[in-house]
Write a protein that binds this ligand. Structure first.
Ligand code: FMN
Length: 405
């Protein structure tokens, strides 16, 4: 029996030559026991008829946002949330652009904006449209938001004489991507993850604070990647400009003391990944009122006191110690040696060492270069995007947890 049997899919067919391939895709999905409802865009309806979609899917086809009948029967919000996965195939350059910009000017884009479910798109367009910086920027935006994609492939286009990237993935590839999604999303079902992210900010007085340059991108990506494997994930984050990852319970905190309390409240967990850049020190006595500049007096001196060590606390042996505790070592010199020593000192299982010295763009940038330090040795990982690193780490975590009782 297929892993996707019984799952519900909302397939959005937008306006492109490849729309005809969605009939074959639906037929294959039927064979896997999956229920497919369809939304056809106005342009999609110029390439394929609602009648053939309804006949193949065995379900009615939705086309109009302002249809009184449809709205009273199911409602566009429910339609977008009753599915386990939304698939846009073919995804035209136009619908990709509208998704990236959060437009909701028809039933398809309204459903895509209103859903709380994962989205997979299969882009299909002329190579020039695909390679256009606007399309590439829109794809990057969607990928950063966690939208999954399959294809496009390279090859002969429907237009005579045109070759290049832009051919929609074949129906078998789209079905395989859907199967892979459901397999992944079930892999660590029933397990719990705790992830910390972002900086901590330590108050000096009611208006000033000490902080650091952490953007939270790596920690947020890890929370999203663990959640994508089916883990119930709590993200404890210091202040960042990032949106809360979909499907993750995000707890916002400011100081290291608050972060530790939120982490302890989130236990038990099977894995804890401490990616937050926690301040080592806080101000010993936070001023109750704003410190004033007084022309005559010397500037105030700030006395610091040590913050709790969140990683070491979570890694300490005890009844609620997660099966796997992973830390990050942000270093500016002797990166690997310091990470090896830090792993032992903190008592954690794995340490990801990264170089945050001046000139690297690790803090705030898109990419990261790490060494994975474990009890078995040091593994250099090639430079990759923070999202790719998060997925690789999540896979490694899954390998361990799957073997654990
Ligand atoms: C014959 C023809 C073929 C088209 N093929 C594509 C295509 O493969 N990919 C694409 O992005 N747009 C294609 N377009 C343009 C889209 O149909 C157009 O941008 C439309 O507004 C898309 O609307 P939608 O995204 O709401 O479905 C084609 C247009 C025509 C007339």
């Amino acid at each position: 029996m297929s892993i996707i049997a019984g799952k519900k899919l909302l397939l959005i067919v937008s306006g492109g030559i490849a729309a005809y391939k969605c009939l074959e895709t639906i037929r294959r999905l039927n064979e896997c026991g999956l229920r497919t409802r369809t939304i056809l865009t106005r342009a999609g309806g110029r390439f394929i008829t609602p009648l053939s979609l309804a006949a193949i899917s065995g379900e009615r086809v939705f086309e109009d946002l302002f249809s009184l009948t449809d709205e009273s029967e199911i409602g566009h919000i429910r339609l977008s949330r009753e599915a386990d996965l939304l698939v846009v195939a073919p995804a035209s350059a136009d619908i990709i652009a509208r998704m990236a910009h959060g437009l909701a000017d028809d039933l398809a884009t309204t459903a895509l904006l209103a859903t709380d479910k994962p989205i997979l798109i299969a882009p299909a367009m002329n190579p020039r449209m695909w390679e256009h910086p606007a399309t590439q920027a829109n794809m990057a935006t969607l990928t950063a938001r966690g939208v999954l994609s399959v294809g496009p492939n390279s090859g002969e286009m429907a237009e005579r004489g045109e070759r290049g990237p832009g051919r929609m993935a074949e129906p078998a590839e789209i079905v395989a991507a859907i199967e892979a999604f459901f397999r992944r999303s079930n892999r660590l079902a029933g397990r719990r993850a705790l992830v910390t992210s972002g900086p901590t900010v330590e108050a000096i007085d009611p208006v000033r604070f000490l902080a650091n340059r952490s953007s939270g991108r790596q920690g947020h990506a890890i929370a999203a990647a663990l959640s994508a494997l089916g883990m119930e994930t709590v993200l404890v984050s210091g202040p960042t400009n990032l949106p809360d990852p979909r499907g993750v319970t995000t707890v916002r905190v400011e100081s290291a003391v608050d972060m530790l309390a939120a982490c302890q409240a989130a236990l038990p967990a099977d894995v804890a990944v401490c990616a937050a850049a926690v301040a080592d020190w806080r101000i010993a006595r936070v001023a109750g009122n704003k410190l004033k500049k007084d022309g005559k007096a010397a500037p105030p001196s700030l006395e610091l006191t040590e913050n709790p060590d969140i990683l070491a606390t979570l890694a300490a042996v005890g009844p609620v110690r997660p099966r796997l505790v992973v830390g990050f070592a942000a270093e500016t010199e002797a990166v690997v040696d310091n990470a090896i020593a830090k792993r032992r000192r903190k008592g954690c299982d794995w340490m990801l060492a990264n170089d945050v010295s001046t000139g690297t763009t690790t803090f705030g940038g898109e990419d990261n270069t790490v060494h994975l330090v474990t009890a078995d040795g040091v593994e250099p990982w090639a430079r990759m995007s923070k999202a790719a690193l998060a997925e690789r780490l999540a896979e490694r975590i899954a390998d361990v947890l799957e073997k654990a009782p």
